[in-house]
Design a protein. Structure first.
Length: 61
């Protein structure tokens, strides 16, 4: 897979109440800012997910 040179900014991801959607799209923040709607959905399988991302330097707001 190869990314395009242009990536949209201010992306919003709807999780549809699926923890896998939130976790799958989270790495996109390494390329652009994004909003994950209903971020607490990850608590189903990985309650510390956002804390772990923050611990490696990713800004969580």
């Amino acid at each position: 897979l190869k990314s395009s040179s242009a990536i949209n900014s201010n992306i919003a991801v709807d999780t549809y109440n699926d923890h896998r959607m939130a976790m799958a799209f989270a790495p996109l923040c390494l390329k652009t800012s994004l909003m994950i709607n209903d971020p607490d959905v990850v608590n189903k399988s990985y309650p510390g997910f956002w804390d772990d991302l923050a611990s490696i330097g990713i800004t969580i707001k």
